[in-house]
Design a binder for this molecule. Sequence first.
Ligand SMILES: Cc1cc2nc3c(=O)[nH]c(=O)nc-3n(C[C@H](O)[C@H](O)[C@H](O)COP(=O)(O)OP(=O)(O)OC[C@H]3O[C@@H](n4cnc5c(N)ncnc54)[C@H](O)[C@@H]3O)c2cc1C
Length: 380
Amino acid sequence: MTVSIWQADDKQLSYEVDFLIVGAGLVGCAAAYFAVQAGRSVVITEMRDIALGASSRNAGFMITGPDTYYHRAIAKYGHDRARELWALSERTHRIWHGWIEQFDVPFDPCGSMLLAESAEEAKELLQAARALNDDGIDAAFIDGDPLERGYFAAVHQPSDGGVQPYALAQAAFRASGAALVANNEVYRIEQPDAERVHVYTRQYRFEARHVLLCTNAHSPALHPYFVGKVIPTRAQCLVTAPLPSSVMPTCGYSDYGYMYYRMTFDNRLLIGGGRRDYQALENDTTDDRITDPVQRYLDAYLRAKFPDVTAPVERRWAGIMGFSIDGLPLVGTLPDMPRVGFAVGFHGHGLAFGAGVAERAVDHVLKGVSPGVVSAARLG
Ligand SMILES: Cc1cc2nc3c(=O)[nH]c(=O)nc-3n(C[C@H](O)[C@H](O)[C@H](O)COP(=O)(O)OP(=O)(O)OC[C@H]3O[C@@H](n4cnc5c(N)ncnc54)[C@H](O)[C@@H]3O)c2cc1C
């Protein structure tokens, strides 16, 4: 992030803060809750307002587990880490459910279904289901198409569901008791000595004891440490007008996670994804506009898989995810600023890991507790 001569730092008011969080998305708001629980006085600074980034633009799938099929996660991360990831995701859902109940956040306990678009993907789903069941996880393999829409097989995870993600982030913020400074972008961070961090923003120069960056896709603009480790990646959705009846009994996703679809709370069909063939266009950008090729792909998917849905498409949108280099969130402290922690890189799975990772990040920053499987130390 650069600052022009006109955005003069010396005009800023000074603001002393105990624990400063940058970014009021799902992760920043959850982290604020845990920092307040730890007895800290917490301020969140946000360049827009609560959850106007990916946290209010996602599809709202509260799915347990990592961003890849479970047997693939075991192969990629090792069995112990895959189990730890699953437990971290379950912990995250317990935290969300607490706020869903406390603040009446819309939630549909419809479960989720991984669906196979091909015979090859069906074989993968069988392996995924076996690996899940071997670890005592409740998931059922369905041979054939449970939805009668041309899929080859499915894995049903009954404890998942669909949430209203914007309302969930607002609930997390209300639960936290933290203060918010909205419309207040962070430009620059310095740690002049072992005890203090200076954070230069549009309105204030914060002087904080601890800082936690929850800036997800935007992290590379704040510090070079994140360049090449967090890749901003666009994701897009559409929704139809309300339908006379539901056409999807669950949160469904397929094509190795590249496609996803669910009913909204007012009975619209939401379809998202479609970026698999357009990665050159959709990767490495923070521009959250919709693009023609991806929206055409979503339209074609709607017509092919849901020919019974004749209602028009009423809304299309995009949001920016923060992809980490190895598919897992990153928690740690900046190499040159030990008082500045971070919890970033949530892929398309911030609802699977956000709150649990935020909890670990706060423990890491305040008590030096290892963040475990999500520790950024793994990247060297
Ligand atoms: C279309 C789409 C569909 C998705 N579907 C799902 C899904 O179904 N299930 C799921 O689990 N996940 C899904 N995701 C991913 C999910 O939305 C994210 O993983 C999650 O929102 C990450 O939360 P966050 O708080 O880390 O990031 P964000 O919500 O992006 O929050 C980061 C915040 O930091 C602020 N910020 C950044 N830089 C600065 C700065 N310099 N100064 C001040 N503030 C700053 C931003 O304004 C933003 O509010 C989807 C994402 C998209 C875009």
